[in-house]
Design a protein around this ligand. Sequence first.
Ligand code: ZN
Length: 213
Amino acid sequence: MKTRLIDISVPIRNKMAHWPGDSPPRIRKRSDMETGDSHTVSVVSMGLHAGTHIDSPSHFIRDGKHIDEMPVEATVGPARVVGISDPEAIKPDELKRHRIQRGERILFKTRNSDHCWKAEGFVKDFVYISNEGARYLVGRGVQTIGIDYLSVGSFKKDGAETHRILLKAGIWLIEGLDLSRIRPRKYNLICLPLLFSGAEAAPARAILRLSRP
Ligand SMILES: [Zn+2]
């Protein structure tokens, strides 16, 4: 059996696209061999929602679970990449065609993967999950949802409400994936957030494993 591993995380770097108003990643060298120090040490500051990251319920739900309470099974195991053709939003009509099952981990590949990550700055008109789409996914009983830009919810409309609907149902959200090299089908997902105590989110590295007989 041949196994392929594909990285679907985005690199964390200075000047990367970030949510307006959030603290962007700042990576600097406190000591640097290039300038005569004996060794190199970097310091980073960033919002926890920069790049590829996981949102926990406490991001929008009072008394919701924090990121360090996430069961690792939520983001490690079989997952399905679902292609979305709607250029605006993920809505129930298109979702219905994919026969989503209880407990599934679903990663949505939208036009964001090719459109947004190659842009210079933050892209406001990214494809998001509509409120109705979020309610539909809760009704299907999905375990985990991934999206290929910085938020499951819209920048302009009711993005907060999409978050609330999904997080209140205990669904774990992976945001900031790059699925441009990924074909919709089933994979194995390996994605783990850094273990920040009591935080509402954490940066994560995400890998898809493709098994071919
Ligand atoms: Zn987030």
